[in-house]
Design a protein around this ligand. Structure first.
Ligand code: ARG
Length: 452
């Protein structure tokens, strides 16, 4: 007949490319084929379509898959294009594929199906980074280095303790990604446009075929909600923020000569021949901008949307892909940079004593000998201004208490506290930087990485 399929009357004008999500839909091409298969299998099992029609449609889908995304006919989006391609192959009966569904539940299923994969990639990447940090911790538990607060020398610590500090944050970030995964991994299929369907669909069955853990029960919620995107991008943003701090530390350490970033992860200058710059880490640091920009774009797109489906949702999806790609890529590079960096132990230990960063340990030694900590703090603060050595501590003790240092404490203990390595070894409280405490923590860290 020469009646025009109603669908072809619309969206053909000058706004065609503005309306279309085709350019972005390559990402959910494979997902849509699987979603189509699951739906058709379920429809056949429920007796909604015949086995013969289902078989033809499944054959056509296999053919469409091997022809590839670029071979798809024109369409407003990948869902429409695949349906057209199926009809081209099996004739009118191909149109039965879209029985008891809408593109609204279809696209939501495709996004969830694909995002699962992307979240797993992100989780794998974060686990690898945690593994690299644990390796650094195992190798550098005795490597004393300066620790900073306010970017001022604060107390000596170790490279291992620094590395495990990021592993700890990334362990929680992993938990956030896994939580997001759990809520992404629910099937909206069978919701149709938003109001369910008259057909006897088996929503649990399509969920099962697609590996979803269950269904999003309310059909409107299933078709129209994108909170799962927001949660996933929030978790990815948290990873990006963590990695930006790690990257900033390495940039700062490289500036001070505390770490040697491998040539593979550094760049030089086109004009200044002597330069070796930690560019990869700077790009990792910048990725927080991509992730948080995606979060902002997504949340702003979703805010105030009425129920149920609105085409705004088409523009929400891309933000999640941006966040997933940029964050996973950055985490992989950070892992390589961490795994290949060198930590110059002698320079680090020398630097660890600078700026009287052992002062807290000296005050602790005085307090352990019975002085109120506040008095000890006074003595050491005075000594810090007067030379920051044993003699200065002796003079300061005299001035503050009227007694000589040796009457207050064994001066050997003070001398030991002034040594960065000894100072670190003394701080063996749970979670502290003493090599023994770090080695103990490392057991739990490795078990945690294994469990995740
Ligand atoms: N490409 C669309 C999207 O990504 C598919 C859903 C279109 N549905 C509709 N009712 N216009 O959201």
């Amino acid at each position: 007949s020469d009646t025009v399929v109603r669908r072809d009357r619309f969206s053909r004008g000058p706004a065609r490319s503005f309306l279309s999500s085709m350019d972005a839909d390559d990402r959910i091409f494979a997902a849509d084929l699987d979603v189509d298969r699951a739906h058709v299998v379920m429809l056949a099992e429920q007796g909604v379509v015949s086995d013969d029609d289902a078989e033809d449609i499944l054959g056509a889908l296999a053919d469409v898959e091997s022809a590839g995304f670029d071979a798809l006919p024109d369409g407003e989006d990948v869902h429409e294009a695949i349906e057209t391609a199926v009809v081209e192959r099996v004739g009118e009966a191909g149109g039965k594929m879209h029985t008891a569904r809408s593109r609204n539940d279809e696209v939501a299923a495709c996004i969830r199906y694909r995002l699962r994969e992307d979240l797993l990639d992100a989780i794998e990447a974060v686990l690898a980074l945690r593994g690299a940090l644990a390796d650094v911790a195992a190798a550098e538990s005795e490597t004393v280095m300066p620790g900073f607060t306010h970017l001022q020398p604060a107390q000596p610590t170790t490279v291992a303790h620094w590395a495990l500090s990021y592993e700890g944050t990334l362990a929680r970030d992993t938990g956030r990604l896994l939580d997001a995964y759990g809520r992404v991994n629910e099937s909206p299929l069978g919701a149709a446009a938003f109001a369910g369907t008259t057909f006897d669909v088996d929503r649990e069955r399509t969920a099962d075929l697609l590996g979803f853990d269950g269904v999003v029960t309310n059909a409107t919620d299933a078709a129209a909600s994108r909170d799962f995107l927001l949660e996933a991008v929030a978790a990815l943003s948290s990873v990006a923020v963590t990695c930006s701090g790690l990257a900033e530390d390495v940039v700062f350490f490289a500036n001070r000569g505390f770490v040697d970033v491998s040539d593979d992860y550094a760049s030089t200058s086109s004009i200044m021949p002597q330069k070796k710059n930690p560019d990869t880490l700077e790009l990792v640091r910048a990725t927080a901008g991509d992730a948080l920009g995606a979060y902002q774009g997504l949340a702003t797109t979703l805010k105030g949307l009425p129920r149920a489906y609105n085409r705004d949702l088409q523009r929400a999806t891309g933000h999640a892909w941006t966040a997933a790609d940029s964050v996973t890529g950055a985490v992989e590079v950070a892992t390589g940079a961490v795994a290949t960096a060198d930590w110059p132990a002698e320079d680090l230990e020398a630097a660890a004593g600078e700026g009287f960063s052992t002062a807290t340990g000296v005050a602790d030694a005085l307090a352990a000998a019975g002085l109120p900590f506040r008095t000890a703090h006074e003595i050491v603060a005075l000594a810090a201004e007067a030379g920051a050595d044993l003699g200065a501590v002796d003079d300061a003790a005299q001035e503050v208490t009227g007694e000589s240092l040796s009457d207050l404490v064994d001066p050997e203990l003070v001398a030991a506290a002034l040594d960065p390595a000894a100072s670190v070894a003394e701080r063996d409280s749970t979670g502290g930087p003493a090599p023994a405490a770090v080695r103990e923590a490392l057991g739990d860290v490795l078990a945690g990485i294994d469990a995740d």
